[in-house]
Design a binder for this molecule. Sequence first.
Ligand SMILES: [Zn+2]
Length: 280
Amino acid sequence: MPELPEVETARRLIADLALGRRIVGVDDADTFVCRPYSPGELRAALTGRTLTAAHRRGKLMWCETSGLDGPGSDFGPILGIHLGMSGRIVVTAQDGWVAEGGDPPGRDAQPRKAEWDRFTLEFADGGRLALFDKRRLGRIVLNPDIDALGPDAAEITLAEFRAVMSRGTIAVKARLLDQSKLAGVGNLLADEILWQAKVPPGTPVNHLERTDIDRLYRALRKVLAAALATGGGAHTGDVIAARRPGGSCPRCGAEMVHGTVGGRSTWWCSREQGRLAGPR
Ligand SMILES: [Zn+2]
């Protein structure tokens, strides 16, 4: 599932390759990915415009659009793009060269079917931008509610993070995953951050010590920086390969154990993150 680093690769792709190209056609026929819009509504809203900027907060991307007379002529609606569980952005250049960003390729069965392009912008130069999404859980929305998201996980300050992680009795892992509190951390990143910080995933946030929270913050920064630098995403974390039956902790060698925390499949080190929940 695309988490912050994967979505950032898609955003960079759009920023590098799709801005300033005039939109002459829109395939918005997938009424599930484009809900609540009817076919033709997104086409009417976007045709004749260009994408002028690509932004991201957490796992949500959005593009600014130009007015109908091109860049600098007023502006159009905001195009929100959510990659869902397996979405990728595919941008085709004028000469047919194809570049992709988002969920890592290769995990979808090939050959690719045309209907897995759930939403497409066609450019005047003959190229296109498509949301490729086999599982159909991505989403296109105009003028998305960006303020419903918490601070971006790559930009949150230590002071903001301390505030987010110190109130309530919810498990620390569930809080890390709460997009309204902290935007961009998904299941793999959460397990990696908790393991790096040696914090039991079920610890109620109001039982975290200040030193735990600061260790979690440092782990968040480190894990995101590494994932963004390699472009490899959430799958490249140190503990990810050990998230399996029989897996052992890459740091201390103890058995990795599995449970459900915050409704999500969770793996942790039996020795260093031993207590699932409760006061410390
Ligand atoms: Zn360990």
